[in-house]
Design a protein around this ligand. Structure first.
Ligand code: PEP
Ligand code: MN
Length: 368
């Protein structure tokens, strides 16, 4: 996809050079709850108010949102505070109702972006909007629950092809099996790769859904800003403990103001002589790494030929295990992270195996 003609996702005067900040409760629960949160957030300078009206719940019986009637509360927030209002849409009728209620910003949730039929259904409605409305509508696409960058890019493409030019992406972490400190582990390399591929698409981070706990919002937000994300979407509720959804990860508007105040922005782009020199060093080291990897791969192919001639299997678990163990120990002694070393070695080993299998059975093509 060649995305080069995007418009600024929000009017320049809203955030200037600073990060895009969207905040509001996970769910719109009642008119009073929505307005209380909106008033407090607006007082603290928040310009875009989020609230979920239709809530995708993992199991039935949870709070599934108020639905269409809650859109009127968002309209009230808009007229009373002047904030832009944002909500999640998952199908055609959600989108039609949101548009009729004057919602300014929509986002496609993580369960929906994993489903190309649903995204296309939404894109098809967007494509039929009058030009003016399509031009003013900002659309964010959350990453799909599964760590599939193609699906994420594909969903963005569908929305772009519908003529939307105020386009953004939200990183909210990925579903994983088992217990982790994060509710949805961030797998930062995926949003970083998205940004590499689609640098024009604004990328914001949702630390509330990644962390799943209040305490993790500040450190995750700081990490995101350090990685040059364009902004944050954070869940905020006046009485978080009694929220009808995602109670553990919501913070009061006051707590949110404290978190935002504590964050350090790193948006400078100065490129001094010393930074350039360091980058040149990195370039040279990377050249050496590539050279070393190529040499290693040549030797590995020679081993493949030897194994073929002697009828040996390509993978020898004992050898792989010893090699992994030793290299990881060496790396740790040199102050490197064990997990990082394992990942690098596993990738190198996988490529060696692929090469050796190709040598042993050239007729059986091995998929990468
Ligand atoms: C939400 O933003 O409230 C939400 C449901 O998020 P996600 O789609 O990331 O789970
Ligand atoms: Mn939520």
């Amino acid at each position: 996809m060649n995305i080069t003609d995007l418009k600024p996702i929000f009017p320049e005067e809203l955030f200037g050079d600073g990060p895009i900040i969207m905040a509001g409760p996970c769910s719109a629960e009642s008119e009073a709850q929505v307005l209380a949160a909106a008033r407090a957030l607006s007082k603290n300078g928040i310009k875009i108010f989020r609230a979920g009206v239709w809530k995708p719940r993992t199991k039935p019986g949870g709070f599934e949102g108020i639905g269409t009637p809650a859109l009127q509360w968002l309209a009230k927030v808009k007229s009373e505070t002047g904030m832009l209002v944002a909500t999640e849409v998952a199908n055609r009728s959600h989108l039609v109702d949101a548009i009729l209620a004057g919602v300014d910003v929509i986002w496609i949730g993580a369960r929906t972006s994993a489903n190309p039929f649903a995204v296309q259904e939404i894109a098809d409605v967007l494509a039929t909007l009058p030009q003016e409305r399509r031009d003013s509508m900002a659309v964010f696409v959350k990453n799909p629950v599964n760590p599939d960058i193609e699906l994420w890019v594909g969903a963005l493409e569908r929305i772009y092809n519908a003529g939307i030019r105020r386009l953004g992406a939200i990183h909210r972490g990925f579903t994983s099996y088992g217990k982790h400190i994060y509710r949805n582990p961030p797998l930062w390399r995926i949003p970083i790769e998205l940004h590499r591929r689609l640098p024009e698409v604004k990328l914001i981070c949702d630390p509330s859904h990644i962390g799943g706990k209040r305490e993790l919002i500040a450190p995750l937000s700081q990490q995101a800003l350090d990685m040059n994300f364009d902004g944050l979407i954070i869940e905020s509720h006046c009485d978080p403990d009694n929220a009808l959804s995602d109670a553990k990860q919501q913070v009061t508007p006051e707590a949110l103001a404290g978190i935002l105040y504590s964050l350090q922005e790193r948006r400078a782009t100065v490129s001094t002589e010393s930074l350039q020199q360091l980058r040149q060093q990195i370039d040279r080291i990377d050249d050496e790494l590539i050279d070393l990897l190529a040499r290693r791969m040549r030797v590995s192919r020679e081993i493949g030929t030897y194994k073929k001639e002697h009828g040996m299997p390509v993978v020898q678990a004992g050898r792989y295990n010893d090699l992994m163990q030793k290299r990881v120990d060496d790396a740790v002694k040199l102050d490197m992270d064990a997990e990082f070393m394992r990942t690098v070695l596993a990738a190198i080993h996988e490529e060696s195996v692929r090469n050796q299998v190709e040598i042993c059975s050239p007729e059986a093509s091995v998929e990468k």
